[in-house]
Design a protein around this ligand. Structure first.
Ligand code: ADP
Ligand code: MG
Length: 357
C-alpha cells in the first residue's frame, strides 16, 4: 500500500522510481561502491531495501543510525561483526559461521559473541563465503555518515577495511546512503587524499523529490488503492503544501484516509512533521544551539548572510564570522539548507513551515 508509512521493501509497494532502482541494482552488480544520496524522507531506505530484496547475491542491510544510538554515540568493530552475523543467521546463512571463532551461540535468541573478529576478519570471511556459495555479497549502510563515529579515528579504520575489500575482495561490494549528503561525501573521501578510499571509483545515485505531476499522480494512485475519492483541487493543494517529498505525501494520504478531511489531514501531517523535526533539531542543538537560530532566521525570510548574522546575534549573543560560516557550511552539508545567488533557503518546504511557526 502506497500510504503505508513504514519504509517499503518490495517493488510493488512503491510508486515510480524504476530508473532509480535499475541504477541501484546496476551499482550493486557493477561497482564496488555505490552512494545513494538525497534529502530526508525522499525514499532512500525504501529503494535500498527493495533493491536488496531483488539483488541476485546476498544483501546485508545495516541501519547505521541505529547502531550509532545503540552504542550511545560510537560504533565498534564488534557491533558490526555482531550485526552482520545476526543478519546472515536470520537469513539462514549458517555456513557463514564455519571457521569463525565463536564464543557462544544460543540459536534461540541468536545471541552470539564472535570472539576477536575484526571488521577486516569479517570481510575476509564474507569473501570466502561469497566464493563458496557463488554469490556476491553487498553490504549496505543506510545513513552511512554515522560511520564517522566508528572507532576512534573518525571512521578511518572502517574505511581502511572498505579500501582493502575494494582492492582485494572481488565478491564484496558496498552501498552507502546519506541524507547528510555533504557529510557522507566528506566521510567517504573519494576526493580527499587523506582518506583510505582516495581515488577509488564509485557510482552515485541521487534520489530527488517528485516533480508536481508525479506527486499528484502518487496521491491519486494511493487514494485509488484505499478506495477514497478526493477532489482534484485538494490533490493540487496538498502538493502546494507538501511539495514532492514522498514521506510527507504518504503521511498526508494516510491521514486523509483515516480522518476523511483535507484540513484535518494537513493539520495532522504538520503536527507529525513538527514532532519529527523537533527531534532532529534537538540532535542539532546538542552540537550547537545556534543551528536552530540560523534555521529560524532563514525560515522567516532572513536569507542573506548579514541578516542571518544580525538575527543570531540579537537572539544568541556575539558570533564571529568564521564561526557563523562554519555553522552555515555544516547545515548545507547536513542537507538542511542551500545557498543560491547569495541567499540561503531551507530545502524542504515542510521543514521551513514547521520551523517558521
Ligand atoms: P529516506 O530513507 O530517504 O528518509 P524512506 O525510504 O524512509 O526515506 O521514505 C520515507 C517515507 O516515504 C516512507 O514512509 C516510505 O514508505 C515512503 N516512500 C518513499 N518513497 C516512496 C515511493 N516511491 N513510493 C511509496 N512510498 C514511498
Ligand atoms: Mg532512511
Amino acid at each position: 500500500m502506497l500510504f503505508d508509512p513504514r519504509p517499503k521493501e518490495r517493488r510493488e509497494e512503491i510508486f515510480d522510481r524504476e530508473k532509480e532502482l535499475e541504477s541501484i541494482l546496476n551499482g550493486m552488480n557493477e561497482y564496488p561502491i555505490s552512494l545513494i544520496i538525497g534529502i530526508r524522507r525522499v525514499g532512500k531506505s525504501s529503494l535500498l531495501k527493495v533493491a536488496l530484496n531483488e539483488y541476485s547475491g546476498i544483501g546485508i542491510y545495516m541501519d547505521t543510525r541505529r547502531l550509532y544510538s545503540a552504542g550511545s554515540g560510537s560504533i565498534s568493530s564488534a557491533m558490526l561483526v555482531d550485526e552482520i552475523t545476526r543478519i546472515l543467521l536470520g537469513k539462514g546463512r549458517v555456513g557463514f559461521l564455519r571457521g569463525i571463532k565463536v564464543e557462544e551461540i544460543n540459536l534461540l535468541g541468536l545471541h552470539l559473541k564472535p570472539r576477536e573478529s575484526t571488521w577486516v576478519d569479517v570481510l575476509d570471511r564474507l569473501e570466502q563465503f561469497g566464493r563458496k556459495t557463488g554469490k556476491k555479497v553487498v553490504i549496505a549502510f543506510d545513513e552511512a555518515q554515522y560511520l564517522r563515529f566508528f572507532g576512534s579515528r573518525g571512521g578511518k579504520d572502517f574505511l581502511a577495511g572498505v579500501a582493502y575489500a575494494y582492492d582485494s575482495l572481488p565478491n564484496i561490494s558496498f552501498v552507502f546512503t546519506g541524507s547528510e549528503v555533504g557529510l557522507l561525501h566528506d566521510f567517504v573521501g573519494i576526493d580527499d587524499y587523506s582518506s583510505p578510499l582516495y581515488g577509488r571509483i564509485s557510482e552515485e545515485i541521487e534520489i530527488r523529490a517528485f516533480p508536481r505531476e508525479l506527486s499528484e499522480e502518487f496521491l491519486r494512485r494511493g487514494f485509488a488503492e484505499v478506495g477514497v475519492k478526493v477532489p482534484e483541487d485538494e490533490i493540487r493543494r496538498a502538493v502546494d503544501e507538501l511539495d514532492g517529498i514522498p514521506g510527507w505525501l504518504v503521511e498526508f494520504g494516510f491521514n486523509y484516509w483515516k480522518k476523511g478531511s483535507f484540513e484535518k489531514a494537513i493539520e495532522t501531517t504538520m503536527n507529525r512533521a513538527k514532532a519529527m523535526i523537533k527531534e532532529e533539531l534537538f540532535e542539532l542543538e546538542k552540537r550547537s544551539p545556534r543551528y536552530a537560530l540560523i534555521l529560524k532566521a532563514i525560515s522567516i525570510g532572513l536569507s542573506r548572510w548579514s541578516q542571518i548574522k544580525d538575527y543570531v546575534e540579537a537572539k544568541g549573543g556575539p558570533i564571529t564570522n568564521a564561526r557563523l560560516n562554519s555553522l552555515l557550511v555544516n547545515l548545507e552539508k547536513m542537507g538542511w539548507i542551500k545557498k543560491e545567488n547569495g541567499r540561503y533557503h531551507i530545502i524542504d518546504p515542510v521543514v521551513e513551515k514547521v520551523i517558521k511557526e
